[in-house]
Design a protein around this ligand. Structure first.
Ligand code: IMP
Ligand code: MG
Length: 182
């Protein structure tokens, strides 16, 4: 399919605005309890996690939050974590900090594994992973999220920050691509 043609979406959202708001609120409560009164660095993975992260951070109560951004590019065709290149890293080292990596989707796990490896070199006090969406059936790297918004099967989803060729990030609900009946 050409980059210029947006593919069709299934008409009914997989998760609507209310589902997302409720679930993000629940994650906020859990994370606020776990990190009560502590300093936490949220590491937001560009670009897909931006919408999720901005909602989630406003649901954190009695947590001393700071925010950093990372951009990771992965190169297709190889299965080594070495193929993920970080084009933007945390501005300040996370040494001795509690860190939460905010991911849009944990798919094969390659991106998160590479980011985790990278951050661990700075010796943070702790690292947790929070993923809006988990696709456990797709995992090829030994990595799991500590906090998960929604668990789905092997379908491609867009909206609420998630893209297909950089499209659809602005949708307020999460939709599956309509790939026809296989
Ligand atoms: P991983 O390194 O295989 O875990 O891939 C993670 C990245 O692939 C995510 O952060 C997304 O940017 C992208 N990705 C994987 N599945 C989807 C999807 O269903 N919709 C949108 N992006 C996806
Ligand atoms: Mg992406």
């Amino acid at each position: 399919m050409s980059d210029h043609v947006a593919p069709p979406l299934k008409p009914e959202p997989l998760f609507n605005k209310e589902d997302i708001e409720k679930r993000v609120g629940e994650l906020g409560v859990r994370i606020s309890r776990a990190y009560h009164g502590r300093e936490v660095v949220l590491i937001v993975i560009l670009k897909g996690s931006v919408v999720f992260a901005t909602d989630l951070m406003r649901r954190l109560v009695d947590v001393d939050v700071s925010v950093e951004f990372i951009q990771a590019r992965s190169y297709a065709g190889t299965l080594s974590t070495g193929s993920v290149h970080l084009t933007l890293g945390p501005e300040k080292p996370v040494t001795g900090k509690h860190v939460i990596i905010i991911e849009d989707i944990l798919d094969t796990g390659r991106t998160s594994a590479a980011i985790l490896d990278n951050l661990l070199q700075e010796r943070p006090e702790s690292v947790a992973i929070c993923a809006l969406i988990d696709k456990p059936s797709r995992r090829t790297f030994d990595i799991r999220a500590d906090y998960v918004g929604f668990t789905i099967g092997n379908e491609y989803v867009v909206g609420y920050g998630l893209d297909y060729n950089d499209r659809f990030r602005n949708l307020t609900a999460i939709y599956a691509l309509d790939q026809g009946e296989a």
